[in-house]
Design a protein around this ligand. Sequence first.
Ligand SMILES: *[C@@H]1O[C@H](CO)[C@@H](O)[C@H](O)[C@H]1NC(C)=O
Ligand SMILES: *[C@@H]1O[C@H](CO)[C@@H](O)[C@H](O)[C@H]1NC(C)=O
Ligand SMILES: *[C@@H]1O[C@H](CO)[C@@H](O)[C@H](O)[C@H]1NC(C)=O
Ligand SMILES: *[C@@H]1O[C@H](CO)[C@@H](O)[C@H](O)[C@H]1NC(C)=O
Ligand SMILES: *[C@@H]1O[C@H](CO)[C@@H](O)[C@H](O)[C@H]1NC(C)=O
Ligand SMILES: *[C@@H]1O[C@H](CO)[C@@H](O)[C@H](O)[C@H]1NC(C)=O
Length: 633
Amino acid sequence: MGKPSPRSHQVHRRRRVLPLFIVVSLAALLLYSYCNSLLPFSSLAESSSRLISVHREPGVLSVNFTFTVKVLAFDRIESLRRCLRSLSGADYGGDRVNLHVFVDHFRTVAPGNDSDLLDHMLQEARRILQFVDGFSWQYGEKILHYRTSNAGLQTQWLEAWWPGSDDEFAFVVEDDLEVSPLYYKFLKRLIINYYYDSSNFSPSIYGASLQRPRFVPGKHGNKLRLDNETSLFLYQLVGTWGQLLFPKPWKEFRLWYDEHKSKGIPPILEGMVTNGWYKKMGEKIWTPWFIKFIHSRGYFNIYTHFSEERALSISYRDPGVNYGRSAGPDSVLIDRSSINLNLWETRPLKSLKWYDFCFREVHPGRVMRTLDELGLLLDSLHKQGTIIIVSLFRTPRNIARNLLCHFERLNITNYILLGDNSEFLLDLARTGHPVVDSVQLLSSFKHRDWSHLPNLETGLVTEFSLKAYVIKKSLESGYNTWLVGGDMVPITNAFNETMGSSVDFWASSGTELLYGRSSPTSAKTWNDIIPDIMAAHGPSVPLGSRAFISSAVGALEKRGSGKILTDESPVFNVAALGAVSNTNASSLLKKGKNVIHWAPGTSTDTLLGSLMNVGVWLINGDSSCTAVYCHHS
Ligand SMILES: *[C@@H]1O[C@H](CO)[C@@H](O)[C@H](O)[C@H]1NC(C)=O
Ligand SMILES: *[C@@H]1O[C@H](CO)[C@@H](O)[C@H](O)[C@H]1NC(C)=O
Ligand SMILES: *[C@@H]1O[C@H](CO)[C@@H](O)[C@H](O)[C@H]1NC(C)=O
Ligand SMILES: *[C@@H]1O[C@H](CO)[C@@H](O)[C@H](O)[C@H]1NC(C)=O
Ligand SMILES: *[C@@H]1O[C@H](CO)[C@@H](O)[C@H](O)[C@H]1NC(C)=O
Ligand SMILES: *[C@@H]1O[C@H](CO)[C@@H](O)[C@H](O)[C@H]1NC(C)=O
């Protein structure tokens, strides 16, 4: 999270009354919170009063949820034995926990094949079933699901669970794992803190992985590096060695998978090491599907990070689908004696770090509501003194998302989004894009009342004043400032080039592109012309996205102060989409063009076709980028 402590967009879930399985004493929670110096006292007071008001019985926070361990087994009886032993040796604190064991069938042996082999496999299967049958599980129900034919890892995972309610959790373990005796206590604490405590809840979180975080899929699977201070963080990647799944995202995934698999849409996400896995293993594995889904939704997983390669769940990497030979334990298991760990420290969600598939830090929930928040955000964003203000008024969602994919491709991060679709903007903020809440920002400061202006609709008043004041704030903060419309895609990052010290303002008359140089003169000029911009109206002002630029250029010319250039620019070369349909982005680049724009009123379908022709359409059927772009620093 940046400096401006923005509140994340929170979704409040309806609480439902469900069977009692787990009751947590509020007293214990308070005591714990009191010991946790990271939780400010005010928020402690807030949360305790909220809890009491939600649950009428004072003093008791009742959280009812079911917890089921899903063990995926095949033909490795020794592995399964070790796995189940560790599960039954864990501390469940008297809670009810279910155990479901899925035993996959051996692969069919062709008729005429060695019948000794077949007998051996039948015998092995019986030994495994017998072992699970005889295995005593005292914490809840035990169910054994024995398949009639070989399902494979993908089906084993996907069919392991269909959540029955929003208060059901599944912890999936493959049979070559061993879990820490502390694993359940830890997961329970996560569920209570990050799922049931609405002040720490985020709809983006799909679960928690207990395995040691190891690699970065967007960077060829490179080793992941973290500082020693981070003990709990969020990361997009799923961890298959001990994964807790939250019900809603899992159900959403199952439906998504169903649709994509049925329609034959492969889970390819360019730039990811998992494409190679998919090409090699195909439908034997499930992770490429899940990863693609998580990318399209912008979801995250909770991870732990302990020193000395320790973890609450470890994999022995026994021979099977993933390993030809045993690779040995991947990490060191945390046992009961590991008392010096910060295991029980659950920090507020706001203070945790979030990382994407490139292991690049992302900052969800940056919604600027006041000019002060905006100022702090600009200070944290600017790159070489430049800020890009992106105007998404009237921009269709896919077109806006395509623009953001180009920003990602070009490593452009110094932007902020303005627009009129607040639901869409809030969702963009949830996935890490900084946005302005236009209504709140405008009402947060005493700007002039422009409602007396004739011929200017209220929507335009809002749009004009928002753009005018955000540009003003950026120029006053000392940044070269770009206003960039949603009616273009950049081919290169020309926004980082300076226009030269002789140009105070530059505008492209055909498109919504405006530049203001960081200087006291430009800041003053801009401030002076705001009334003129707002007053510009009548038939001479074209409708749509260019209205603001026309008004601004008119006002600047009228004022005659500062050097204004239109169109010709040493660094900016705009190509009209209509004129470039027979070419492609790389040949445009050779001609020195760095932006493609299109005329207002172009229908979205036509636009989409043209952008595809030129090769600058980067959006897939899920309305997300077709690739991840990791930039090495
Ligand atoms: C939890 O479930 C039990 C049993 O159904 C019920 O009596 C109790 O009221 C529930 N508690 C809450 C807080 O939902
Ligand atoms: C017999 O089955 C095994 C295991 O499925 C396989 O590796 C082998 O190639 C088969 N042999 C013949 C002759 O089909
Ligand atoms: C992190 O901890 C390890 C092991 O305790 C130590 O070797 C390393 O120097 C530490 N790194 C930093 C940056 O403190
Ligand atoms: C701007 O970014 C491009 C890459 O997108 C880079 O080649 C160029 O050197 C950068 N210019 C400045 C002034 O940093
Ligand atoms: C782009 O067009 C040029 C010439 O028209 C061609 O040589 C080049 O291969 C094209 N590039 C791509 C990526 O299609
Ligand atoms: C991408 O941007 C980041 C953050 O501004 C910067 O640290 C990094 O060097 C850039 N990478 C490349 C390849 O330009």
